[in-house]
Every structure is written in structure tokens, then in C-alpha cells.
Design a binder for this molecule. Structure first.
Ligand code: RIB
Length: 296
């Protein structure tokens, strides 16, 4: 299997548990304050490394304690970190997460993730273009996302765009992506409210994958048939990072040569397993664990 690159965010997740998500203006008692590794980019890199893939992370951290421990964590899970840049004097990205009612809310403070800019990409370009496939999300500047997608397209490298958090993307950029994996909310931001999910998927067969939380994942096959790959039932502890696990596992399965339906089935099981433990990266499964769960 060739190398997979991730260009994206690296965050420290500050998580608290509460009996439920607070309402607007409400103060709730929380418990179990924890600082754990996160960031959509780093989470996807770790998910793929845990599944045995050869992964390199491209991103920025601060010279603070969070940045140092996050890079150490990536290295420990087997992710190549040589291209990660340390930006002195800028805090590492931080996410404030409330976990409650089998769901979460997240506020992200970009910090050094905003320094993943075009100049940085030019510095790491050689290593990036050694990758067979590159994953991107929306926690770094949009200009960088577009630049990387153009660069990949011009050099025969496939790009997978997980467009979260939601923001619009130019049509000509979407055309250059090999796979696009929004949730339903992000799909509406990309394609508007006047088109149904079915019609969106029909426009991009075997390329647009719409994730639907506990219902599963849908795509349109090249035959024109819409398929829903149902989610695996899980004993949910924490859904943080489930989408990242799905994106990572989907990419690994595609790299292995699986067809899109089988890749989504594999990714769904991996994502389900990831929700059964605490933390974005805490429950991410190994390849054998996914295979074993699929056989059950
Ligand atoms: O997708 C989950 C991630 O979103 C968290 O780890 C948090 O850092 C935010 O980026």
C-alpha cells in the first residue's frame, strides 16, 4: 500500500462530560475534565495508522506543552511527523468539547492550524506529492485546502475532502476531488437546499458519500442505484471522532482495492467501534478488530 497524507488540524481536546448538552444561556455542572489528542486531521491520521496504513501528517503545532505532546502522540501511533511545523509564540489548536446524551458539541480555536498556509504547503510539497492519496478537512484555511486539491490534481494524487466544519467550496474545486464525504448539514452548505440528497449523489456517482450519523452512509453507484450502508449498532460512550474514523477507514479500504460499498461497510464498522470508548482517538480500532466485528 502506498503512503497516505493528511493535511489538516492538530488539536488538544478539552473535554467535559455533562448529563446533557447545555441549552443557550444555561449553566450546567460538568465532570471528568480531560485533555486528550484531537483535531479532525490528526484524528484521521491516527485512525489510518491504527488500521496499519503508512500515513504522514502535514500540519502545524505551537511550541507549547500541548503541541509537544500531540506530536509525540502521533509518532507513538505510527504517524510520520517529520513535516509538522512548530510555530513559536502561537498556541496549538484547541477544541472545547461537551459530551452528553450520546452526542457532543464542539468549539474549535484554530491557533496554529491557521498557519497551515500556502507557504507551508510549498515547504512540504515534495513529501506531500509522494503520497498516493491525500485527506483534507475544513479546520485549516480554505485557501490552503483549495491549493492542495489543485496541487494533487495536477500531480496525479487523489484527494479526499471531508468538508467539516461546514463551509462552501467552489464547484471547480469539488470537480477535482476524488471523494467528497460531507454529513447532511455540510452537503446542504455545498450544494444548496433546492436539490435533494439523492440528486446530489446522482451528480457525483461513487464520489459523493453522505454520512448520516447513526443511520449510516449513502452513495450513488455508477449504475445509478443509491445505496445506504447502515451503521453498526454500538454501545455509545463518546461519538467524538467517529466521523474521522469513518473517513480514515474508508480511505484505507479504498487503498486496499475494495469497491466503494465494501469500503463504506468497513468504514462504518470502524466508526461504530470508535464510539464505544472515550475520546476522539481512544476507541479507534485496529484492522483485526474491525474484521472481527464485521464477522460477528
Ligand atoms: O471530529 C472531532 C474533532 O473535531 C475533535 O477531535 C476536535 O478537535 C474537533 O476538531
Amino acid at each position: 500500500m502506498g503512503k497516505i497524507g493528511v493535511v489538516g488540524s492538530i488539536n488538544m481536546d478539552m473535554t467535559v462530560k455533562a448529563e446533557r448538552i447545555p441549552l443557550k444561556g444555561e449553566t450546567l455542572k460538568g465532570e471528568d475534565l480531560k485533555y486528550v489528542p484531537g483535531g479532525k486531521g490528526a484524528n484521521q491520521a491516527v485512525a489510518m495508522a491504527k488500521l496499519g496504513a503508512d500515513v504522514e501528517m502535514f500540519g502545524c503545532v505551537g511550541g507549547d506543552a500541548a503541541g509537544i505532546s500531540l506530536v509525540k502522540n502521533l509518532r507513538k501511533t505510527g504517524v510520520e511527523t517529520k513535516s509538522i511545523k512548530t510555530i513559536e509564540g502561537v498556541p496549538t489548536g484547541l477544541a472545547m468539547i461537551t459530551v452528553g446524551e450520546n452526542d457532543n458539541t464542539i468549539i474549535v480555536v484554530a491557533g496554529t492550524n491557521d498557519h497551515v498556509d500556502v507557504d507551508y504547503i510549498n515547504e512540504v510539497k515534495d513529501a506531500l506529492l509522494e503520497c498516493e492519496i491525500v485527506l483534507l478537512q475544513h479546520e485549516i484555511p480554505q485557501e490552503t485546502v483549495e491549493y492542495v486539491i489543485e496541487l494533487c490534481a495536477a500531480n496525479g494524487v487523489k484527494a479526499v475532502l471531508n468538508p467539516g466544519p461546514a463551509r462552501p467550496v467552489k464547484k471547480e474545486i469539488l470537480e477535482k476531488v476524488a471523494y467528497l464525504t460531507p454529513n447532511e448539514h455540510e452537503a446542504v452548505i455545498l450544494f444548496g437546499e433546492d436539490i435533494s440528497f439523492e440528486d446530489m449523489m446522482k451528480k457525483y456517482p461513487e464520489k459523493l458519500v453522505i454520512t448520516q450519523g447513526s443511520r449510516g452512509v449513502s452513495t450513488c453507484l455508477k449504475s445509478g442505484e443509491i445505496v445506504l450502508v447502515p451503521a453498526r449498532k454500538a454501545d455509545v460512550v463518546d461519538t467524538t471522532g467517529a466521523g474521522d474514523t469513518l473517513n480514515g477507514a474508508f480511505t484505507v479500504a479504498l487503498m486496499e482495492g475494495k469497491n466503494i460499498e465494501d469500503a463504506l461497510a468497513f468504514a462504518n464498522v470502524a466508526a461504530g467501534l470508535s464510539t464505544e470508548k472515550f475520546g476522539a482517538q481512544g476507541g479507534m480500532p485496529s484492522y483485526d478488530e474491525v474484521k472481527e466485528a464485521m464477522g460477528r
